[in-house]
Design a protein around this ligand. Sequence first.
Ligand code: PLP
Length: 228
Amino acid sequence: MDQAPAERLQALLARIRAAEQQYGRTPGAVRLLAVSKTQPASAITALAAAGQHCFGENYLNEALDKRAALAHLDLEWHFIGPIQANKTRGIAEHFAWAHSVDRLKIAERLSAQRPASLPPLNICLQVNIDREPTKHGLDVSEVATVARAVATLPGLHLRGLMAIPAPASDFAAQRAPLARLRELWQRLNEAGLALDTLSMGMSDDLDAAIAEGATLVRIGTALFGPRA
Ligand SMILES: *Cc1c(COP(=O)(O)O)cnc(C)c1O
C-alpha cells in the first residue's frame, strides 16, 4: 500500500459510509476502531493527525509503550487482545474500553482495579460465536448470566458484545455468525441490559458486519497495510 495514511483513512471511512447506506443503517452509526497492534507510534500519530480518535491494541506492554510515547495526543485506547489475570491492572488504569472480557473473574478484577478518578471502564463481552475449541470467548449459553453479573460491577460499564468469527470468504457465510451475535445482543437488550455496542467486523468481513448491525468495526490491515 503506498497511499498516504490520511488517504487510506478517508477511503476506509467512505467505504464504511457506503456500506451503511447500502444496508439501510443510520448514517454515522458505525464507529471505526483503528487496530494498531505491531504498528509503530509514528503510524498512530499520522492517523491521529488525519482525524482518527480511537485505537485498538492487543498486547499490553506494547500498548503501554505507545500510549506513553503519545501521551500528548488526546486518543481513546481500546484493549482488544486476550486478557490474562496479571494484565488487568494495566488495562484498568490505562484504557477506556476492553472488548475481550470472557470470564467473570477478569471483569471483577478490572472493576476492582479501575481507578476511582476515571469513568467506568467500557466493556464488551467476547463471545465464541462459532464455538471453536481453540478460540477465546464465552460460550453463547453463558453470555446472559455473565452479562447480568458484569452489569452490576461498579467500576465497569457493560456496553455490548464482541466476536471474531471463523474466517469465511463467501459473503453469506460471513454474515451467518455475525447475525447470530446480533440476535444474542438483541435478546439481551429485550431482557433489559441496555447494550449499545456490537463490536464486530475486521478487514475481511467489514461489509458483512455492517450489514448485520455492527456499531463498531475493528480494522487493522485495511488501514495500516499488512502487519510485519
Ligand atoms: C488484529 C485484530 C483486528 C484487526 O484485524 P485486521 O484483519 O487486520 O483488520 C480486529 N480485532 C481483533 C480482536 C484483532 O486481534
